[in-house]
Design a binder for this molecule. Sequence first.
Ligand code: HEC
Ligand code: HEC
Ligand code: HEC
Length: 315
Amino acid sequence: MKKIIFSLFVALSSISVVQAADADAGKAKSGTCSACHGVNGVSASPMFPNLAGQNDVYIIKQLKDFKSGARINATMAPMAANLSETDMADLAAYFSSLPSAIEQAAASNSAGTSSSAVPAAAGNVDIVTSTPAAALYAGNVAAGQTKAAACAACHGEDGNSLIPMYPSLAGQSANYIAKQLADFKSGNRNNGIMAGMVAGLTQEDMNDLAAYFAVQSTKVGTGETNEVGHKLYLGGDSAKGITACVACHGVTGKGMKQAAFPSLTGQSQEYLTTQLNSFREGSRGNDNNGIMRNIAIKLSDADIKAVTQYITSLK
Ligand code: HEC
Ligand code: HEC
Ligand code: HEC
């Protein structure tokens, strides 16, 4: 009897978890996911599975397994690492509520419209915004170059900044740049100088600027390496629960363009330090699902010094 009551209780409490799942909250949390799994849960690339219309219980189980390591995948492990049970339930509720890929294709055929994917014409760069109102745009490189004149004083003419305070934008992920500009505009990322710069920009301007800077060549790092920083970057710190930077920023620091994980290569130690401190204090909080804040909060001043020194040596 005790056992039955207990399992009833477990069943009831797990039902209440499913009921508490909030598809709208899931949509808001799905910004990062859309880069690979598509804006409407239908992936644009054959590399990534569709999530639209998938069973919610199955999605939750996969996310838990990626987090625990029961299902091993180097791309999904860091995505799941930062998700709480509520996040997983909300995301599952959102994706399972979407019409499946076949239903979405049928709907767009009957509406007589082509798919939302803008074909990459020459000189254009596709941009997936990782904001909840995600959409696929094409940014125009030539138009971006003209508009970038306003940015040159601080970010350099070709996006390679000569002043350590200001980040380089050359070779940065277009998705990441577009997201940062939108975040400065909405106030989600707080910076007085940049707020003024983006106030007058339209969505199209931001896409064009992102496209222009994304195709410029990055200056490689010229800093000295650092052994302690090297270890932290490549291996993390399991005792302190720090995920290795390499999982998201890559072996050479170039990030993951599609997922809007920024390139760190070529940034000054000063800029990198400011950003890690801001994530640690929470004064920068525009990272989806707290993905960077959860890591930065575990970094000591000495960790930040060592890892930023190492990053300046990445080629
Ligand atoms: C950088 C690309 C990328 C991002 C971003 C990403 N995923 Fe994935 N996801 C993958 C890949 C690749 C797989 C296939 C893994 C495998 O082969 O085991 C996958 C698999 C999955 C699966 C299992 C699907 C199945 O049919 O078994 C789920 C669920 C999932 N992802 C959810 C998410 C959620 C939720 C997010 C956002 C928090 C997210 N993913 C972000 C690349 C990504
Ligand atoms: C007066 C100097 C100045 C000008 C001009 C300026 N910026 Fe910035 N920009 C900054 C500063 C300072 C930061 C760092 C903000 C912070 O610490 O959050 C920044 C950050 C950025 C970032 C985020 C980079 C990253 O790695 O996260 C982007 C993107 C950006 N600027 C784009 C632009 C664009 C596009 C223009 C022109 C329309 C522009 N900026 C003009 C000073 C400037
Ligand atoms: C799970 C993925 C993940 C891991 C692991 C990770 N980062 Fe990040 N990092 C991100 C994302 C995503 C952003 C951009 C957030 C945003 O603004 O949208 C970011 C941003 C940054 C930035 C700011 C870049 C800029 O141009 O402003 C720095 C610096 C940084 N990370 C350093 C690190 C270091 C050092 C480590 C290891 C100790 C690390 N990251 C581990 C995902 C990750």
